[in-house]
Design a protein around this ligand. Structure first.
Ligand code: FAD
Length: 404
């Protein structure tokens, strides 16, 4: 299988030729290219954009030029056709620079993966090429004000009317909701929960019967919108049902399966944030002196650094393992859950310890350390809270270790 990856004339790398999606050298080259992109384009501006809560339009253009919006989309539909371990490597780099950037990609990639795995050929041909090119952006709209962990409680409904469905309901927490041109939406039909691919006008607060009713303020995860959206008798053609008629009533299954990639994305983001926090801490610990020596020479600080480094390494290994299993087509609900659970808790602990190691400076908005501390909890909540992850992991383990 051949595959071309190009930095589109940008000076981050020479043109890189991708020969095999799973070739470790290819993976390393792309990840290194994204690391350089982050160093040059993201780190100098992330602090300012974060505190202004400003959408990183220029950075997103750069991500599009790097081909990242089509990273897992097969080449025949215009994507890079790269594998999940490569995707997680890229997400770690983006999140280490600014976690919000990984959120720009996550639900977009989930929408593309839903089409890739569950869409009809016609749906794939229609939407995957513009998604891969970043011409339209994808979003995932599963959660509702009264249905987050309990997705089976969702009330948004879609009623058949001739060749159309009429969608009515309120959706909550739609990341990328305003800028998206295609929303993978879960709604209740006569057959059960169905996934619709809903087209909307990107950037508009109103599009047909869809309106953005609230832009949700957040502790962290700044610069990227998370919104509430109301569907007021919004009409979509019947062919918007993901998977066609066979997809009716199978939406919850489709989306929960796609969320495994979402969980691996969250784990990789957590590794990125944890790495940034750890590296900031170990650098500062060697520079800052108290009682006549660098604080890194105090054993209390060394204990912290040892634990942080160990947690980081374990989080990355769990994440890589889950990505490899998913890529191989193996069942990985337990492993994706473990990676997400461990990496997000590790990121939170490492971010907290990094702040403590920085003393008073860690509490200021002059350094990114306080941002790691604010961003880390999202990974504990997003794509299924860690309480829910524990339930999923336990259920899977009890099946594997079942006794007669
Ligand atoms: C910034 C942000 C962005 C998001 N982006 C998206 C998005 O793009 N698309 C989307 O669809 N959703 C999105 N979400 C929603 C996210 O997936 C939900 O917030 C999450 O699943 C939790 O749902 P909830 O907020 O309704 O909490 P609840 O379900 O109300 O849970 C509240 C608490 O109860 C616990 N709990 C619930 N049930 C159980 C149980 N059975 N056993 C033990 N504990 C339990 C939970 O762990 C949690 O601690 C986003 C959320 C945030 C914060």
């Amino acid at each position: 299988m051949s595959n071309r990856y190009s930095a589109w004339g940008r000076n981050y790398s020479d043109k890189v030729t991708v020969r095999m999606a799973t070739d470790p050298q290819v993976r390393e080259e792309l990840v290194a290219t994204v690391r350089r992109f982050v160093e040059r384009e993201v780190l100098p501006v992330a602090l300012e954009l974060e505190h202004a809560d400003e959408y990183p339009a220029a950075i997103v253009d750069g991500m599009r030029a790097l081909g990242l919006f089509g990273i897992t989309v097969p080449e025949e539909y215009g994507g890079l056709g790269l594998d999940l371990p490569t995707y997680t490597g890229v997400i770690e780099e983006l999140a280490a620079g600014w976690m919000s950037l990984s959120g720009v990609l996550n639900t977009h990639v989930i929408a593309a993966n839903l089409l890739k795995s569950c869409g009809t050929e016609e749906q794939r041909k229609r939407w995957l090429p513009p998604l891969a090119a970043g011409e339209i952006r994808g979003a995932l709209s599963l959660s509702e004000p009264d249905a987050g962990s309990d997705t089976s409680a969702l009330t948004c409904k879609a009623e058949r009317d001739g060749d159309e469905y009429v969608i009515t309901g309120t959706k909550m927490w739609v990341t990328n909701g305003v800028r998206a041109g295609l929303v993978a939406l879960a709604a209740r039909t006569a057959e059960g929960i169905t996934c619709f691919m809903v087209e909307k006008e990107p950037g508009a607060e109103r599009s047909g019967g869809i309106s953005v009713s609230r832009n949700i303020g957040k502790l962290g995860y700044k610069g990227i919108e998370t919104v509430e959206m109301v569907y007021d008798a919004h009409r979509v053609p019947a062919d918007a049902v993901l998977g066609g008629d066979e997809g009716l009533g199978r939406g919850q299954h489709f989306i929960l399966s796609a969320l495994e990639v979402g969980r691996i994305n969250i784990a990789a983001r957590a590794v990125g944030v944890a790495r940034a926090a750890f590296e900031a801490a170990i650098k500062y610990a060697q520079e800052r002196e108290t009682f006549g020596k660098p604080i890194a020479q105090h054993q209390a600080i060394q204990m912290k650094l040892a634990d942080m480094g160990t947690q980081l390494q374990a989080a990355r290994l769990l994440t890589e393992h889950a990505a490899e299993l998913k890529e191989a087509g193996a069942r990985c609900d337990v492993e994706a859950g473990m990676a997400k659970l461990f990496a997000s808790e590790a990121a939170f602990e490492i971010a907290t310890e990094a702040m403590r190691i920085h003393g008073g400076m860690g509490y200021t908005t002059e350094l990114p350390v306080e941002r790691y501390y604010r961003d880390a909890p999202l990974m504990i909540i997003g794509e299924g809270t860690n309480e829910i992850q524990r339930l999923v992991i336990a259920r899977g383990l009890l099946q594997r270790y079942a006794i007669d």
